[in-house]
Design a protein around this ligand. Structure first.
Ligand code: ATP
Ligand code: MG
Length: 392
């Protein structure tokens, strides 16, 4: 019975010209998300509202699932849209609505009318009372409760009249594309896909960089990262995934530098290379899945050491989260199952048994001097041979 969905979005802080940009971006993202769903949809703005009109045999659940991935949406309301043919007819429409949507009719309710069309001949409160009376007549088991009703029946009087009672929560946030782009360092772990999701939620478009070390890391490990990128792309839209062959750089660091500093030095080169691609593609920041103290390379000293090589901001949205909190989000967004597949990561090969936990920057820089001879060339080769995979 629902051929129309009313899209609710957060309005705080989006005034004037920005509001327009926000709404247009939201419409674009909704259209994009619905491309994957069978059926014809028409998405439009009308009087500060966004609606989705659906064709006759669209799949309701699939459509709602797709919309739940669109940042900026606060609520999805399945609405019945009716013509204005006077109060009597509206009363019948409302009763018809309750008959169809609810199996039993013994709940408490409240009618909440909004009169966006000011020329409508009655005040909102009078409409509430009249419709409430008609409902009580039609369903003797129902009762009015204006404070805490089980059914909040919304009646919005516009050019047409919209009736709804259910608000399905959306993901919140801001539409992707309203806040520029960032480069996600995406590994096959649990954390980085969640970090990408969190920044994307604030309207930031994503690209990603993955470092692999064939033949030490397998094709399956790479495929896992592609799969994770695809899951994140359900929220972020298309991602250009840069797959960097890191093997020679890693071997060279292993050969020249103290093994307990390997992870830190490696991470510094990852950041540098990711920053190179960020600048090349117009991304204004890097994103990592780091969280204070989680592993040796994420102590305060280690974070300072990896951060030091970056000239653009590094966003670490999980910095204050416990592992379990990150796992909870990973499960919610559907990346967890893929993340825990047991494939090796380039950070886990050649790894020292006792890595430094309090790296001293001067010591690290001194160790890196030992790389002078070949490192620039190796970095250049890694960049030049990077494969870019378009993830839709
Ligand atoms: P994750 O679960 O995200 O893999 P982690 O707990 O394994 O994180 P680290 O291995 O220290 O932690 O990595 C910290 C961050 O560095 C990751 O969240 C990710 O952003 C980035 N990173 C690590 N390894 C890679 C890689 N192979 N390719 C791209 N980015 C990586
Ligand atoms: Mg990892």
């Amino acid at each position: 019975m629902f051929k129309t969905l009313l899209i609710k979005y957060g309005e705080i802080g989006i005034k004037g010209k920005n509001r327009h940009l926000f709404e247009d971006a939201l419409v674009r993202q909704i259209c994009h998300a619905l491309k994957k769903v069978d059926g014809e949809f028409s998405v439009y703005k009308e009087q500060g509202r966004i609606y989705v009109d659906c064709d006759d045999d669209y799949d309701f659940d699939e459509t709602v699932e797709a919309l739940k991935c669109v940042f900026g949406i606060v609520g999805i309301c399945p609405v019945m849209k009716v013509e204005d043919r006077g109060l009597e007819t509206l009363g019948q429409d409302v009763i018809h609505f309750l008959e169809n949507v609810y199996e039993e009719h013994n709940q408490t309710f409240k009618v909440f009318t909004r009169r966006a069309r000011k020329s409508y001949p009655m005040e909102s409160n009078d409409v509430n009372c009249e419709l409430g009376g008609m409902i009580l007549n039609a369903f003797p088991g129902m009762r009015v409760d204006v404070h805490n009703p089980e059914i909040m029946l919304h009646v919005e009087i516009r050019e047409k009249i919209y009736i709804y009672s259910r608000i399905i929560p959306g993901p919140g946030g801001m539409p992707v594309g309203t806040n520029g782009k960032a480069m996600l360092l995406l590994s096959g772990g649990i954390d980085s896909p969640v970090a990408g999701y969190m920044i994307c939620k604030r309207g930031v478009k994503l690209d990603a960089t993955y470092f692999h070390a064939p033949p030490y890391t397998s094709e399956r490990a790479k495929q896992k990262v592609v799969d994770l990128a695809r899951q994140v792309a359900r929220y972020s839209g298309p991602i250009n995934l840069h797959v960097v062959n890191f093997t020679d750089i890693q071997l060279y660091i292993y050969e020249k530098c103290p093994h307990d500093e390997l992870t830190i030095i490696m991470r510094r080169y990852m950041m540098k290379i990711a920053e190179h691609f960020a600048k090349e593609t117009g991304a204004l920041a890097l994103i990592t899945g780091e969280s204070i103290g989680q592993v040796a390379s994420q102590t305060m000293q280690s974070l300072a050491a990896t951060n030091e090589v970056c000239t653009i901001p590094v966003f670490r949205p999980l910095i204050g989260n416990d592992k379990q909190e990150i796992v909870d989000i990973a499960e919610k967004i559907g990346t967890y199952e893929t993340s825990i597949l047991p494939f090796e990561d380039c950070c886990t090969i050649f790894v020292a048994k006792h890595p430094v936990t309090k790296p001293n920057l001067n010591v690290i820089r001194r160790s890196e001097l030992k790389l002078q001879e070949k490192i620039d060339e190796l970095v250049k080769t890694a960049i030049d041979t990077t494969e870019v995979i378009r993830i839709e």
